[in-house]
Design a protein around this ligand. Sequence first.
Ligand SMILES: [Zn+2]
Ligand SMILES: [Zn+2]
Length: 122
Amino acid sequence: MVEVNAKTLVDYFITMLKTKSMDKLTKKIHENTVEALQKQVPKRPIQQSTWKACPSCKQGIGVTDKTPNPRAIEYCFHCGQRLGWNLCPECGGDMLHLDNGNYPEYYEEWLECEKCGFVCDV
Ligand SMILES: [Zn+2]
Ligand SMILES: [Zn+2]
Protein backbone atom coordinates (compact mmCIF):
# COMPACT_ATOMS: atom_id res chain seq x y z
CA MET A 1 0.00 0.00 0.00
CA VAL A 2 1.25 3.45 -0.85
CA GLU A 3 1.48 5.75 2.12
CA VAL A 4 0.01 9.17 1.57
CA ASN A 5 0.80 11.71 4.24
CA ALA A 6 -0.33 15.29 4.61
CA LYS A 7 2.83 16.61 2.96
CA THR A 8 2.26 14.44 -0.12
CA LEU A 9 -1.32 15.65 -0.36
CA VAL A 10 -0.31 19.29 -0.03
CA ASP A 11 2.24 18.85 -2.83
CA TYR A 12 -0.37 17.14 -4.98
CA PHE A 13 -3.00 19.85 -4.59
CA ILE A 14 -0.45 22.62 -5.15
CA THR A 15 0.66 20.91 -8.38
CA MET A 16 -2.97 20.64 -9.46
CA LEU A 17 -3.48 24.35 -8.78
CA LYS A 18 -0.41 25.22 -10.81
CA THR A 19 -0.96 22.93 -13.76
CA LYS A 20 -4.72 22.46 -14.22
CA SER A 21 -7.09 25.06 -15.45
CA MET A 22 -10.13 25.00 -13.22
CA ASP A 23 -13.23 27.03 -12.60
CA LYS A 24 -13.44 29.44 -9.68
CA LEU A 25 -15.21 27.09 -7.30
CA THR A 26 -12.89 24.15 -7.98
CA LYS A 27 -9.91 26.43 -7.50
CA LYS A 28 -11.30 27.70 -4.20
CA ILE A 29 -11.87 24.14 -3.00
CA HIS A 30 -8.29 23.23 -3.89
CA GLU A 31 -6.91 26.29 -2.09
CA ASN A 32 -8.96 25.61 1.04
CA THR A 33 -7.85 21.99 1.00
CA VAL A 34 -4.19 23.02 0.84
CA GLU A 35 -4.73 25.43 3.72
CA ALA A 36 -6.37 22.77 5.89
CA LEU A 37 -3.79 20.12 5.01
CA GLN A 38 -0.86 22.38 5.74
CA LYS A 39 -1.95 22.46 9.37
CA GLN A 40 -1.46 18.69 9.41
CA VAL A 41 2.13 18.87 8.16
CA PRO A 42 4.33 19.12 11.27
CA LYS A 43 6.25 22.37 11.54
CA ARG A 44 8.98 23.26 13.96
CA PRO A 45 8.00 25.71 16.73
CA ILE A 46 9.83 29.04 16.63
CA GLN A 47 12.18 29.90 19.47
CA GLN A 48 11.47 33.28 21.04
CA SER A 49 13.50 34.73 23.93
CA THR A 50 12.38 32.23 26.58
CA TRP A 51 9.35 30.64 24.98
CA LYS A 52 8.22 29.00 21.78
CA ALA A 53 5.76 30.25 19.22
CA CYS A 54 3.56 28.51 16.68
CA PRO A 55 5.22 28.50 13.23
CA SER A 56 1.89 29.36 11.59
CA CYS A 57 0.11 31.95 13.71
CA LYS A 58 3.20 33.05 15.68
CA GLN A 59 1.32 32.95 18.97
CA GLY A 60 2.66 31.34 22.13
CA ILE A 61 2.01 27.62 22.40
CA GLY A 62 2.29 27.51 26.20
CA VAL A 63 5.91 26.33 26.19
CA THR A 64 8.76 28.10 27.91
CA ASP A 65 12.38 27.03 28.39
CA LYS A 66 11.28 25.52 31.71
CA THR A 67 8.46 23.38 30.38
CA PRO A 68 9.44 19.79 31.32
CA ASN A 69 7.95 17.93 28.36
CA PRO A 70 7.11 20.41 25.62
CA ARG A 71 6.84 17.70 22.98
CA ALA A 72 3.62 16.54 24.61
CA ILE A 73 2.10 19.55 22.87
CA GLU A 74 1.34 18.27 19.42
CA TYR A 75 -0.89 21.01 18.11
CA CYS A 76 -1.08 24.78 18.43
CA PHE A 77 -4.18 25.53 20.50
CA HIS A 78 -4.73 28.79 18.66
CA CYS A 79 -4.81 27.66 15.06
CA GLY A 80 -4.49 23.87 15.12
CA GLN A 81 -1.08 23.74 13.41
CA ARG A 82 0.59 20.40 14.00
CA LEU A 83 3.97 20.82 15.67
CA GLY A 84 7.13 18.89 14.83
CA TRP A 85 9.68 19.19 17.58
CA ASN A 86 12.56 17.36 15.91
CA LEU A 87 12.58 19.05 12.55
CA CYS A 88 15.68 20.74 11.19
CA PRO A 89 15.33 24.55 11.15
CA GLU A 90 17.44 24.65 7.98
CA CYS A 91 15.89 22.04 5.73
CA GLY A 92 12.94 20.52 7.63
CA GLY A 93 14.59 17.08 7.80
CA ASP A 94 14.47 14.83 10.84
CA MET A 95 16.83 15.77 13.63
CA LEU A 96 18.50 12.70 15.07
CA HIS A 97 20.55 12.10 18.16
CA LEU A 98 24.09 13.35 17.67
CA ASP A 99 25.74 10.41 19.45
CA ASN A 100 23.87 7.37 18.24
CA GLY A 101 21.67 8.50 15.35
CA ASN A 102 18.49 7.55 17.18
CA TYR A 103 15.45 9.66 17.65
CA PRO A 104 15.96 11.71 20.79
CA GLU A 105 14.17 10.88 24.00
CA TYR A 106 14.58 14.23 25.58
CA TYR A 107 13.94 17.66 24.30
CA GLU A 108 17.21 19.14 25.52
CA GLU A 109 19.57 16.85 23.67
CA TRP A 110 21.95 17.87 20.94
CA LEU A 111 20.68 16.79 17.60
CA GLU A 112 21.98 16.49 14.09
CA CYS A 113 19.93 16.76 10.92
CA GLU A 114 19.72 13.55 8.95
CA LYS A 115 19.63 15.42 5.64
CA CYS A 116 21.88 18.46 5.82
CA GLY A 117 23.99 17.79 8.92
CA PHE A 118 22.84 20.90 10.73
CA VAL A 119 23.50 20.57 14.48
CA CYS A 120 21.55 22.25 17.22
CA ASP A 121 20.07 21.80 20.65
CA VAL A 122 16.33 21.94 19.99
ZN1 LIG B 1 -0.86 28.51 15.69
ZN1 LIG C 1 18.67 19.88 7.81
